[in-house]
Design a protein around this ligand. Structure first.
Ligand code: HEM
Length: 143
C-alpha cells in the first residue's frame, strides 16, 4: 500500500532520474539480460548486443509505460491494462518473471546508480512497492 509520502516521492524521483538519464530504460534492460540471461529468450528477434538500437528503443517504451504508471498511482490496473493483456496473451511472458521482478530489480539498480546518496531507504521502499504493484498488474491476466 503506497503511503501519501510514497505518492509524493515516486513522481519526484522518477522525474529526476528520467530527466538526467536519457537511457534509464535501456540500462535496465541490459542489466536484466546480463543478470537474468533467461530473459533473452523472449527477445529472439532483438539484437541484444552492446549499442543495439532495438534495446534502446524498447527502453524508451518501458520508461514511457512507467511514466504513465507514475501518473496513475491510484489506478494502475486500469492504466496498465493493455500492457497487461500484451504480456499475458500475446507475449506469454512466464508470470514467474513478474513474481521475481526481473526487470523491476534492474530498474532499482538504475535508480541507485543515478541517484547516489539520494537513493535513500525511503526511495528504495517506495519504488519497491510501486514496481511490485506494476509487476502484479502485468501478471494479473494469467489467472
Ligand atoms: C514489450 C513494459 C516486464 C518482455 C513491452 C512494452 C512495454 C513493456 C512498454 C512495449 C509494448 C508495446 O510495444 O506496445 C514492461 C514493464 C515491465 C515489463 C513496465 C516490468 C516492470 C517484462 C519482462 C519481460 C518482458 C519481465 C520478459 C522477461 C517483453 C517483450 C516485449 C515487451 C518480449 C515485446 C518486445 C517487442 O517485440 O517489441 N514491455 N515490460 N517484459 N516486453 Fe515488457
Amino acid at each position: 500500500m503506497l503511503t501519501a509520502d510514497d505518492k509524493k516521492l515516486i513522481p519526484q524521483t522518477w522525474e529526476k532520474v528520467v530527466s538526467q538519464c536519457d537511457d534509464a530504460g535501456k540500462d535496465a534492460l541490459y542489466r536484466m539480460f546480463v543478470a537474468y540471461p533467461q530473459t533473452k529468450t523472449y527477445f529472439p528477434h532483438f539484437d541484444v548486443g552492446p549499442g543495439s538500437e532495438q534495446v534502446k528503443a524498447h527502453g524508451k517504451k518501458v520508461v514511457a509505460a512507467l511514466t504513465n504508471a507514475v501518473k496513475n498511482l491510484d489506478n494502475l490496473s486500469q492504466a496498465l491494462s493493455e500492457l497487461s493483456n500484451l504480456h499475458a496473451y500475446n507475449l506469454r511472458v512466464d508470470p514467474s518473471c513478474f513474481a521475481l521482478q526481473l526487470l523491476a530489480q534492474c530498474i532499482q539498480v538504475v535508480l541507485a546508480v543515478n541517484l547516489g546518496k539520494e537513493y535513500t531507504p525511503e526511495v528504495h521502499s517506495a519504488f519497491d512497492k510501486f514496481l511490485s504493484a506494476v509487476a502484479a498488474v502485468l501478471a494479473e491476466k494469467y489467472r
